[in-house]
Ligand binder design. Structure first.
Ligand SMILES: [Zn+2]
Length: 118
């Protein structure tokens, strides 16, 4: 391919940018880029970073939700004890929270969910 890379770059420690000028390897939207500044390659790298960030945030969200569900289930157990062991008022709510808890745990640590037989 004829031509040179059009990307504006900064040399280490420099405060002014200059044109990259390396031999062009790709043309994207009518502009020439070297292998380093190939927009499609840079986008692919960015996509991998974004996916990794999203995975980490989802894991943080699941860990928080797991704690909330354990706290909620603990409160339901306190209610049961305050009602002399009668589960009638909390069974439905507890069942839903256990289903969600199992789902969260399974996403965090597959194959370690607690039994959910009513
Ligand atoms: Zn370049």
């Amino acid at each position: 391919m004829e031509g040179t890379c059009c990307e504006m770059v900064y040399s280490p420690g420099a405060w002014r940018s200059h044109i990259c000028g390396r031999k062009a390897k790709v043309e994207v939207h009518g502009k020439l880029y070297c292998g380093i500044h190939d927009p499609k390659r840079l986008q692919a790298i960015e996509d991998v970073k974004t996916a990794e960030r999203n995975r980490k945030w989802e894991r943080v969200r699941l860990i928080r939700r797991k704690s909330e569900l354990l706290e909620d289930l603990g409160k339901l157990m306190i209610s049961v004890m305050a009602n002399n062991g009668n589960v009638i008022y909390v069974a439905g709510d507890a069942r839903l929270k256990i289903v969600e808890y199992n789902d969260v745990v399974n996403k965090l640590e597959p194959k370690q969910e607690v039994a959910n037989e009513a």
